[in-house]
Design a protein around this ligand. Sequence first.
Ligand SMILES: [Zn+2]
Length: 662
Amino acid sequence: MFRCVCSLLLLALTMSVEAAGPAAAHLEFRIVIDPATRTLHGAGTLDVPAGAPTRIHLDRRFVAAEMSFEGKPLPHAHDRTDAWVLPAATTTRRVTMRWQGTLDRLDLTMDHRDTLAAPAPVAAPEGTFLPAPSHWYPSAEGLLETWRVTLELPRGQRGLVPGRLLEERDDAQGYRAVFEFTHPGEGIDLMAGPYSITERTVTLAGRSVRLRTWFAPGLEGLADSYLASTAEYLALYDRWIGAYPYTEFSVVSSPTPTGFGMPTLTYLGADVLKQPFIRATSLGHEVLHNWWGNGVYPDYARGNWSEGLTTFMADYHYKERESATAAREVRLGWLRDFAAVPEGSDQPLASFTSRTHGTSQIVGYHKAAMTFSMLRDLIGTEAFDRGVQEFWSARRFTFASWDDLRIALEQAAARDLRWFFAQWTTRAGAPRVRIESADRREVGGRWQIRVTLAQDGPVYRLRVPVSVETDQGPIPHIVELAAGTGSTELDVPHRPSAITLDPDLRVFRRLAADEAPPILRDAMVHPDTAAVVLPTDSAWMDAAQNLLAKLLDGRPRFVDGTSGPATAPLVVIGSRADIESYRRRIGLAAPSKAGTAGSSQVWIERVEGNVRLFIAARDPAALSALARPLPHYGKQSWLLFDGAKAMERGIWPTVAARWRFD
Ligand SMILES: [Zn+2]
């Protein structure tokens, strides 16, 4: 399943924040690419602002026919062949350059993870993708860039780089277009393919913006709906945050299943684009990255706040628009995912830079989004919105940290928020909150309640919602908790029967066992998950190993059927009959609340404080069929499969933390 991981995350590896001052390098070059022969020829200039000696990089697959300054060739860096040293100067330094080379062959079997791991420049008639971190053009180390790029392609091919389209010619001689990017950006990504272009112009607060789809054959029918959705998202964020900073936005199809957000465009896999939910969620998320991530750049060394803020104002916002119930479901999912993270194995938000595995997504996207939700509950929607508007206008096209974000929100809310950001961004983990005690008494026809909440471990300052349940319906209250315990007196007009803790799940906290029924993710993300394969023949073992390599974040440790880890999750794999006899042996009740239909059944249970994930398959082939789909169902408690198709699935019910008076 598709997940956004934006190009800005790739760039985190190559950019040095300290080096990125207000000055930017400026590139002007012409690039000629023939996707059929995979050849690239480039020529132009690179202007580097005055300063200390600066390194110029170009990937070693290219040959620089010229790399000169003031008519003289630049010397190579002494330690590497893909870098040159530009001497110090007190005025702008212009490097003249010509380079050429052969691009890698596009590998259609690459998935998104492969593309992220190896940012290589690839070409083929089906699609060409030159990511900035692949160093496909000479760039000055550590500097943001502005550019003017002339792109030439053979007839039938069309392509683009981020920026404003200044000129375009498309005829029997081929395709030629000029793009200009005048804000300091993080680097140039180039995309080309046998695209058909659909265009529409929209007006945002009096400014006109050119929207385009660049779609491969077969996707043309989706163009109008993508343009309409893009227009809606741009209008939403233009009003909400501040003026969209560009004159275009493009949705570009990729032959491989990637998902990237770059300034002025998003590059999405063709198969991804066909999924109806992409237009409803991911497209808006990528559009919003033009503000958060590609508009204000995260100061990676001090934590990437941009994924959390984008998730909060895109994915989560769309759920809030849908209904309160839908938004609560999202919060429950986030908290349940976090409950699956073994205690002590998550990082503080300030350490999150990019998504590398399941746990970092749970923190960097979900905990961060929930932090923004709590912040908005604390300071109110109006102050929150003013704060992000202030942050945008003060920080656009510069690097910004969690602290910069805090300062903008403090100004808008006119209050000190240091404690809030300190406890949510610099600490790992989450508070555990419980109702310690509660009593009630009737006074003159009304009811007085004294409720005491408690938390363990490092103390958080929390505003915990509670709901007093009465025969006339629930009555909401807030309990302030700023120490290990905190008590509040409540006065209600009706006879109370119970108090429920945080019924709407508004506090980021570690859910109690009953509040967080087990989901597959409990076994998937634990670093010490072990596995037992009950059948002894090699066909089962091979299928199991292949499945577990895809399913688990860590490497599985295989144990035999008689022992199991006392403190970590265990995956139990076998035929239905194997699993039933295994369960009898360890004294578990009859299996399968999940049912017995299909070629395989998967379900997770909590057994003596630990989880066991059962995978019952008809035969090794049925087990093998789970390798592709199952890793995408981490949020479920049980599934029934017919081959690789999930026929039914579900989550065990949640039980709220409740104090009963009777
Ligand atoms: Zn993102």
